[in-house]
Design a protein around this ligand. Sequence first.
Ligand SMILES: C[S@@+](CC[C@H](N)C(=O)[O-])C[C@H]1O[C@@H](n2cnc3c(N)ncnc32)[C@H](O)[C@@H]1O
Length: 249
Amino acid sequence: MDEELVREWRAAEREPGVVLLDGFHALKHALRFGGDVRKVVTVDRGALTALAAELAEDVVPAVDGLAVEAPEAVVRTLVPRLHPTGVVALAVRPAAGANLAVLGARPRRAPVVVLENPRNLGNVGAVIRLAAGFGATGVVTTGDLDPWHPNVLRGSAGLHFATAVERLTLPQLPAGPLFVLDPEGADIRDVPFPDDALLAFGTERHGVSQELKARADQLVAVPMQAGVSSFNLATSVAMGLFHWMSGKR
Ligand SMILES: C[S@@+](CC[C@H](N)C(=O)[O-])C[C@H]1O[C@@H](n2cnc3c(N)ncnc32)[C@H](O)[C@@H]1O
């Protein structure tokens, strides 16, 4: 029985577009935002249902319908590190075509966040969570980091399913006025962000590339005290999105 569960899990894992949901919160958000959840395995079905009932009543029927219980030793073989909530799940990420349609649709009612070649998985997860919270159209990354990596999904608490997350190249960016956030830019307080803006941010260590700067309609800075060289990437995104939201009622 347990061998069959492991075999089925491994087979599901190999299907195209399948991503790991590590822990209850990632599962909750995937279900709530219409993710195609294929497998849910827990060390304690009763505890999982109780957690869902306490924190997210809307997902209780789906959790009840999908969850399979297995001994903790078996569940631990499915993932590199078992989440404290003792639940792991597999879901299918939205097709690239669907995300591109969302990102490219005009008129756009909320900005697209662009992360140029981000290096830190936790930062990218935090940015996706911010984008979902602010109702951004989506998050585009460039470079080789996979924005659907399990650790990014963990950092976003599964909120990838609440916004459009894609990896593209700079020439593939959706159309729209491009505001590049850079400490050398114009004071952000003087620059309103339109709803169809692309808000772009540089890589953690080296900042914005010359190629991205050359594409910018405007470079914009959040003022800092003398001697401070930069803010953290995710906090910069938070300030950029808050600035956009502050201009709306
Ligand atoms: C950790 S910073 C990069 C640091 C890099 N050494 C530099 O000088 O830009 C990552 C990104 O956050 C954004 N950022 C950080 N501080 C900012 C500020 N004061 N104003 C605007 N953007 C900022 C920029 O997009 C930057 O490329």
